[in-house]
Design a protein around this ligand. Structure first.
Ligand code: NAD
Ligand code: FES
Length: 294
């Protein structure tokens, strides 16, 4: 069992929890995720790791209540426990594989959309610990949905707040701010890392492609097993089939087929949709070795 040692409401329907998970905390890296289950019959919920404390053996997760399972999760209190807390899963962020010289030579811009700010935070923190201060745009629909701003300000060179309704910071979406930074403030970036809703990552990638700035996105499709076997998180990246849980979750944003990912996400939710996908995708619908087709 994995005990919740701290719970905080960050914004409307957005919660943070520190969970005792010694084994995960010992070996996780920025960019990786966990799959949690409240009880034996509970749905498996994939969540990117927001922070970790190796000494205390704790993992920080942030989630938004979107369905029955996340609503049940939001009802858990400090002292309650998760039945499963599986991880770390997925590949660590590409940043963690670069040399310090390589990192220091790059100007990096993070684009954090809504709840996607949570997986951005450990990367910005990790960079700061390695002597690199990145810029970060935090975008949300409204000012009351901005999360982790203070924590981010401690780790980043500059934090830019944008809101769709103009209630905080710059009025507009994250792309409007990217354009302003590059075109009006003459900022230059060698790498953009965008994490947030699919639609945001799609349009950030289209924009950065026009500026020729390499861009990494973190995909969070529906996941079931998290081990590449079930096929739930199948994506098309550069025309090749990839599974977000084992090949990602980070991918080259200029190669991801976002339209297919959005359509598949919708279809996968219903039995009828899954049956159609099975027909379209054939053996690769199932993931894994493609021998099991049931
Ligand atoms: P949101 O709807 O508040 O949007 C966040 C930002 O995205 C806003 O600044 C908005 O302006 C921008 N945006 C939206 N459409 C855009 C477009 N067409 N072009 C440019 N910018 C655009 O975000 P939310 O409600 O917190 O998002 C929840 C979604 O984020 C869920 O679907 C969830 O699955 C996803 N999410 C993704 C990750 C990940 O790892 N990729 C992590 C957590 C949550
Ligand atoms: Fe990725 Fe099952 S969750 S293949």
């Amino acid at each position: 069992m994995y005990r919740i040692v701290r719970k905080e409401r960050l914004a409307d329907n957005i919660y943070l929890m520190d969970v005792e998970a010694k084994r995960v905390a010992k070996s996780c890296h920025p960019g990786q995720f966990v799959i949690v289950r409240i009880d034996e019959k509970g749905e498996r919920i994939p969540l990117t790791i927001c922070d970790y404390d190796r000494k205390e053996g704790r993992i920080t997760i942030v989630f938004q209540t979107v369905g029955a399972s996340t609503k049940m999760m939001a009802e858990l209190k400090e002292g309650d426990s998760f039945r499963d807390f599986t991880g770390p899963l997925g590949c660590p962020s590409e940043l963690t594989t670069m040399t310090e010289e390589d990192l220091k030579s790059r100007k990096i811009l993070f684009v954090a959309g809504g709840v996607g700010t949570a997986p951005v935070y450990p990367q910005v923190k990790w960079l700061n610990e390695h002597g690199v201060k990145a810029d970060c745009i935090i975008g949300a629909r409204s000012g009351n949905l901005i999360i982790l701003e203070e924590q981010m300000r401690q780790e980043a060179a500059n934090v830019y707040i944008t809101t769709d309704d103009g209630s905080r910071g710059f009025k507009g979406n994250v792309n409007d701010k990217i354009k302003e930074l590059i075109e009006n403030e003459h900022k230059t970036y060698d790498l953009v890392i965008a994490i947030g809703p699919l639609i945001m990552m799609k349009f950030v990638s289209i924009l950065t492609k026009s500026y020729h700035i390499p861009t990494i996105v973190s995909m969070n499709p529906i996941m079931v097993d998290g081990t590449g076997m079930c096929g739930a998180c199948r994506l098309s990246v550069g025309g090749k089939i990839k599974f977000a849980c084992v090949d990602g979750p980070e991918f080259d944003g200029h190669l991801v087929d976002f339209d297919q990912a959005m359509k598949r996400q919708q279809m996968y939710m219903t039995e009828e949709g899954r049956a159609k996908l099975r027909k379209i995708e054939g053996d690769s619908f199932q993931g894994g070795c493609n021998l099991c087709n049931e």
